[in-house]
Ligand binder design. Structure first.
Ligand code: SF4
Ligand code: SF4
Length: 479
C-alpha cells in the first residue's frame, strides 16, 4: 500500500476538527437605543395636530356630562354602556361587534389607500412615544445632548435631569391610567375616592397597570413595540399593493450619494441629490435608513421626508427626494393627479362598499331599535302551584331595561293560553337608563290546559309610545 493510499484511509476525528473550528454564535443582540432627532416640517406639524386632538378627546371625554351622568361611561359593574344619548345593555353586544367590524374594515381600507399613516400619526404607541420624547427633549436636550448625557459619568446634573424626566413621565402615566379607568368607573367619584384613599383594590390595580404600561411602552419600549409586538405591523403588508402610499427615497434622483458644497456642479461631480447627511436616519423613530428601500419597521411617519426637505431647501434642490408616493407613481413617474386617480381601484372600492353597507346597517339598526329591553326568567324554585282561587300559577322574573333618557312606565300582558292573565302589577315604572327586576305571577284557570309545557308570550308596551316588545316563555302544567 502506498503512502497516499494509507493517508486516504486515515480516519479523521470529526469532533476534534469541529472543536477547533467551533465558534459560539449568540442569537441574542441587545436593542440599540435610538435617539430620534427633533424635526420640523409639514408632516411633523400634522402629527402634533393629531396628537393634540386625540389627547384632548382621551383626557377630556370622561369629564363631559350628559344630563346627570357621565357622557361616555362603560359601566362594567352595572353592565351598561353610556355613549352620550345611547344606553347599551349586554343584549346590545351585536352593536359592539358591528363597531369592531367597522373599525377593522376602516383599517383595511385606510391601509390599502394610505399605508401606515395610522401607525405614524394616530396609533397610541406613536402618540405617547411622541409625548414622552417631547418631555425627554425638554429635560435632556436634543439627540446629541441626550447621547452625551447617557455616555457621561453619573453626576448631580445627570441625576437631576434623569430624575426630573422620570418624575414627569410617571405623573403623565398615572394621569393616563386614572383617565383610562375613568372610562369604566365614574371619573369624578373615582377622583374623590382617590383623594380620600377610598378607591377599591381593583381600581388601584387598573390605574397602576395602565400607568405602568404607558410608562414602559412610551418611555422605554418605543419602536420595539412597533417592530416586535404589534400584530398590525405583521399583517399589513398583505394589504399593501403598488398603489399604496408609502414613504420612499427616490434612488434614481438621489444616487450616487455624497457630500458636496452648495456650489458643486452635481452633474460634473457625478452626484445625485442625496448629500449623505444621514439626517433622515437620525430623525427616524425606528432607527432605519429609508434609502435602503421599504422596510417593515417604517411606520410612515414622514419625519425623514420633513428633514430631507429642509436639506434640499438648504442645498437649493427640489424638495421630495424622500416623499410620500406609491411604487407605481415612482416607477412610472406619475403626477400627483395620476397617482390619486389610482385610489379608486377595485380593492379600495370593494372595502369602501362593504364598509358603507355595514355602517348603514348598524346605523339603521340603532335608529330603529326599541329603546327598552326585557329578559324573562322562569322562577325555577316554584314549578307550578294551585292558588287559593283554584287557578294554576307559574311565577316569572322579568328584567325590564330602560335604554332611554326618560322615566318610563311599561304595561305588561301575556298571551298563549285560554284565560291566561297576570295577577300581579300590570305596569312597571323604570327610571331613565335604569333596569328593574319584577316578579310576575301568571294564572290560568285550573283544568283549561293539558298537562305539559305550553308556549306563551309576554307583551311589554311603553305606555307613552307605540314601542312594544314580545318575549317568549313557557307555562308548565303539571300532571
Ligand atoms: S436627509 Fe436626504 S439628503 Fe440627507 S441623507 Fe437622507 S436622503 Fe440624503
Ligand atoms: S423611515 Fe421615515 S417614515 Fe419610516 S419610520 Fe423612519 S422616519 Fe418615519
Amino acid at each position: 500500500m502506498t503512502a497516499d493510499a494509507q493517508d486516504s484511509k486515515k480516519i479523521i476525528p470529526i469532533q476534534a476538527v469541529a472543536a477547533e473550528d467551533e465558534e459560539m454564535v449568540s442569537l441574542y443582540a441587545a436593542a440599540k437605543k435610538i435617539y430620534p432627532r427633533s424635526v420640523e416640517g409639514i408632516f411633523a406639524y400634522w402629527r402634533w395636530v393629531v396628537v393634540a386632538i386625540t389627547q384632548l378627546v382621551f383626557y377630556g371625554l370622561p369629564w363631559m356630562e350628559w344630563g346627570a351622568r357621565q357622557a361616555v361611561l362603560f359601566d362594567l359593574e352595572a353592565r351598561r354602556f353610556y355613549i352620550f344619548g345611547l344606553v347599551l345593555y349586554p343584549q346590545d353586544f351585536i352593536y359592539l361587534t358591528g363597531l369592531l367590524v367597522i373599525s377593522a374594515l376602516s383599517l383595511f381600507l385606510f391601509t390599502a389607500v394610505a399605508g401606515r399613516l395610522w401607525c405614524g400619526y394616530a396609533c397610541p404607541q406613536t402618540v405617547y412615544s411622541e409625548i414622552f420624547l417631547w418631555i425627554e427633549r425638554k429635560v435632556e436636550g436634543d439627540r446629541s445632548a441626550r447621547i452625551r448625557l447617557d455616555e457621561a459619568a453619573l453626576s448631580t446634573s445627570k441625576f437631576g435631569k434623569k430624575s426630573l424626566k422620570h418624575f414627569l413621565w410617571i405623573v403623565l402615566s398615572l394621569w393616563t391610567g386614572f383617565t383610562f379607568v375613568g372610562y369604566f368607573a365614574p371619573i369624578r367619584d373615582l377622583g374623590a375616592d382617590l383623594l380620600l384613599s377610598q378607591v377599591s383594590a381593583w381600581g388601584i390595580f387598573w390605574i397602576l397597570f395602565y400607568a405602568f404600561a404607558t410608562y414602559g411602552n412610551a418611555g422605554f419600549m418605543r419602536e420595539q413595540v412597533c417592530k416586535y409586538m404589534c400584530p398590525y405591523a405583521r399583517f399589513q403588508s398583505a394589504m399593501f399593493d403598488h398603489d399604496t402610499l408609502i414613504v420612499t427615497y427616490d434612488a434614481e434622483r438621489g444616487d450616487p450619494r455624497g457630500a458636496r458644497s452648495k456650489k458643486t456642479d452635481i452633474k460634473a461631480a457625478n452626484l445625485g441629490a442625496c448629500v449623505d447627511c444621514t439626517l433622515c436616519v437620525q430623525v427616524c423613530p425606528t432607527g432605519i435608513d429609508i434609502r435602503n428601500g421599504l422596510q417593515y419597521e417604517c411606520i410612515g411617519c414622514g419625519a425623514c421626508a420633513d428633514v430631507c426637505d429642509t436639506v434640499m431647501d438648504k442645498m437649493g434642490y427640489e424638495r421630495g427626494l424622500v416623499r410620500y408616493t406609491t411604487q407605481n407613481a415612482m416607477i412610472n413617474k406619475w403626477t400627483t393627479g395620476q397617482m390619486l386617480r389610482r385610489v379608486a381601484r377595485p380593492r379600495v372600492l370593494m372595502y369602501t362598499s362593504f364598509l358603507m353597507a355595514l355602517i348603514i346597517a348598524v346605523g339603521m339598526s340603532l335608529a330603529m331599535r326599541t329603546p327598552f329591553k326585557v329578559d324573562v326568567v322562569r322562577d325555577r324554585a316554584t314549578l307550578a302551584r294551585i292558588t287559593e282561587n283554584g287557578a294554576l300559577e307559574n311565577i316569572y322574573r322579568l328584567q325590564v331595561m330602560n335604554a332611554s333618557e326618560l322615566n318610563k312606565t311599561y304595561a305588561l300582558s301575556v298571551q298563549g293560553l285560554n284565560g291566561i292573565d297576570i295577577v300581579t302589577d300590570k305596569t312597571v315604572d323604570v327610571s331613565a337608563a335604569q333596569a328593574k327586576w319584577v316578579v310576575v305571577r301568571v294564572n290560568v284557570p285550573y283544568g283549561t290546559a293539558e298537562a305539559g309545557s305550553h308556549k306563551i308570550e309576554f307583551t311589554i308596551q311603553d305606555s307613552a309610545s307605540t314601542d312594544v316588545l314580545h318575549e317568549k316563555s313557557v307555562f308548565l302544567v303539571p300532571r
